[in-house]
Design a protein around this ligand. Structure first.
Ligand SMILES: Cc1cc2nc3c(=O)[nH]c(=O)nc-3n(C[C@H](O)[C@H](O)[C@H](O)COP(=O)(O)OP(=O)(O)OC[C@H]3O[C@@H](n4cnc5c(N)ncnc54)[C@H](O)[C@@H]3O)c2cc1C
Length: 234
């Protein structure tokens, strides 16, 4: 699993100039409106005549705790995610995001292409849970079997390609562990709700790992939203 921050909303300098020179936002607010979170607060106050307040953390906190989510739709973030075909369908269910995913129809999968996953025991009381207490011997055998399965699947896959079978047909023999790479673009609102669901223990551990890594990155890039979402406490 790997995640990388690809892009995030930044405020265009020409807009900052316009606000300062034409709208008359005081120079002392320049630092605020240059920051995406400051701009979110500026936009949140669009209906208010009182823009003269450079303390925007409280406003963002207030809006989030009162369900005024649309202010978080003013900023976008794109992440690149490397995971497996087992986890990517869970991610793709988050319909408010836009995606691009590596298609196995046009480019061939290479032999290094699986994620090896840990063995966990099924929780018999909670179907959404699994427990990391499998013996080291079974865990080692599970790793070995995953690799053996991959070797065999990949051999069938390359046989199919070598015999001019189309990639879109050949890929049918690949396991769910096959690596995939996707780009996920969403507003901060979508990310806040995605993190609250997917960094939670009810989510499969491999997906939680992705959501937690994204959350850590968002905490750095949007510290006030992160604090209002109670991801970080001062
Ligand atoms: C633990 C778990 C188990 C699941 N099991 C199944 C299953 O068995 N079968 C199955 O088909 N699917 C399952 N799902 C998938 C689930 O039903 C959703 O399809 C998936 O989580 C995508 O969520 P979403 O539709 O809210 O999309 P998103 O894109 O995340 O959200 C859609 C919109 O709703 C908004 N939103 C989301 N939450 C809130 C909120 N709290 N307040 C305000 N706005 C909000 C977002 O900002 C966005 O604008 C499971 C999900 C989880 C987390």
């Amino acid at each position: 699993m790997k995640i990388r921050l690809v892009s995030k909303t930044t405020v265009d300098p020409s807009y900052v100039k316009y606000l300062l020179e034409e709208i008359g936002v005081p120079e002392e607010f320049k630092d605020v409106i240059e920051e995406p979170e400051g701009l979110i607060a500026y936009i949140a106050r669009v209906s208010s005549s009182n823009q003269a307040n450079n303390k925007y953390a409280g406003l963002i906190r207030y809006c989030m705790s009162h369900g005024h989510w649309s202010i978080l739709e003013m900023a976008n973030v794109v992440f690149e995610i490397e995971t497996s075909r087992a986890i990517s369908p869970q991610i793709l269910r988050h319909r408010s995001f836009s995606f691009q995913e590596f298609s196995q129809r046009y480019a061939a999968v290479d032999s290094s292409g699986i994620e090896i996953y840990a063995a966990r025991r099924q929780d018999t009381k909670n179907r959404q849970n699994s427990i990391a207490d499998i013996s080291p011997e079974i865990a080692a055998e599970w790793d070995r079997r995953q690799l053996e399965n991959w070797k065999s699947s990949f051999e069938h896959y390359t046989w199919a390609l070598d015999n001019e079978i189309a990639k879109e047909c050949a890929r049918m023999v690949l396991p769910l562990q096959t690596k995939t790479r996707m780009f996920m673009n969403g507003t901060l609102r979508s990310w806040v709700h995605y993190i609250s669901l997917r960094a939670d223990t009810a989510t499969q551990a491999e997906h939680q790992e992705i959501a937690s890594a994204i959350k850590a990155q968002l905490c750095e890039s949007f510290p006030i939203v992160a604090e209002a979402a109670q991801w970080i406490t001062e």
